[in-house]
Design a protein around this ligand. Structure first.
Ligand code: HH2
Length: 286
């Protein structure tokens, strides 16, 4: 049995306790509860620092918060389930009443189940729920889902990733994952897709994908894109992660102009302002 994929993206994203309108582009603020993330590692390693950091991003205009407890930067090493939960659970507890959906960036089915029980609203799986156990962990819940494309594993993914047609291959993967989720009974309004910029992709692959985002935006579910401070910005500007704001803003606007509905960023206030101005001009009114 094949499940038809709707042509138009749904007007709202169902995300646990929330229904997010997609009329305006949304900003997902990143809070990494890790000692080793490439751009904010160590900053939010203590639960209270992470809670305060997330509240700050919300006050700056974040529409969602993405909590990550395992770095996935190229060459990073996995952490165990207990450690990931030890980092996540107190922060979810402290942020449950913060007024925006809490997304958790994890690949582990057991972590998915436990954070959903603790109050998380969305699961962001860089493996795209390809693990049948991950799919089972979320299928019967009401959480939002981010289905990301990655070629290989974080430890080795940047060692010569190869594609014949990067856009076609990423699109085929995302289509197949949407179909698998729909077959498992997941409402299309819960799903977002993400090309996974920097995950098993060289500079040229990333640029081809960003240039062709409008093709992925036509797959019937909202498109989420994360370019903030990533190495492609460094490669194009020659700047280290802390000096990539201008490049990140340009990339976020280019992504939204090509159909992305959610941008995953570290610099929420600046992204929020940039989007506000871009959108007013795009629509010809304030
Ligand atoms: N990028 C990172 C991590 N998770 N999830 C989605 N859906 N899309 C992305 O582009 C994405 C992601 C990497 O960025 P960051 O979280 O800042 O770094 P680290 O993995 O080192 O914690």
């Amino acid at each position: 049995m094949s499940v038809p994929i709707p042509i138009m993206p749904p007007p709202a994203l169902l995300c646990g306790r929330f229904e997010l309108s997609l009329d305006q582009p949304l900003v997902m603020g990143v809070v990494n509860l890790t000692p080793d993330s490439f751009s904010d590692g160590g900053r939010f390693a203590e639960p209270q620092a992470a809670i305060d950091g997330a509240l700050q991003l919300i006050s700056e205009g974040a529409d969602l918060i993405d909590l990550g407890a395992e770095s996935t930067r190229p060459g990073s090493r996995p952490v165990g389930i207990d450690e990931e939960l030890r980092r996540l659970l107190p922060v979810i507890e402290g942020l449950k009443g913060c007024g925006v959906p809490l997304s958790v960036d994890t690949r582990k089915p057991e972590v998915m189940r436990r954070v959903l029980a603790a109050g998380a609203d969305m699961i962001n799986d860089i493996g795209g729920f390809s693990d049948p156990q991950a799919l089972a962990a979320v299928a019967d819940s009401d959480c939002g889902l981010c289905v990301m494309h990655m070629r290989g594993e974080p430890a080795t993914m940047q060692l010569q990733p190869r594609y014949d047609d990067v856009v076609g291959e990423v699109e085929a993967f995302l289509r197949a994952r949407i179909a698998a989720l729909r077959m498992a009974g997941v409402d299309a309004r819960r799903i977002t897709i993400d090309p996974g910029i920097g995950f098993g992709k060289m500079l040229g692959h990333n640029l081809q994908l960003l240039e062709a985002l409008d093709e992925l935006a036509g797959l019937g579910v909202p498109l989420l894109v994360g370019v903030s401070r990533k190495s492609l910005i460094g490669a194009l500007t020659g700047r280290p992660p802390q000096q990539r704001l201008a490049g990140s803003l340009a990339a976020a606007l280019a992504a939204v102009a090509r159909g992305a509905r959610i941008v995953r960023v570290h610099d929420v206030a600046a992204t929020h302002d940039a989007l506000r101005v871009w959108q007013a001009i795009d629509e010809g009114r304030a």
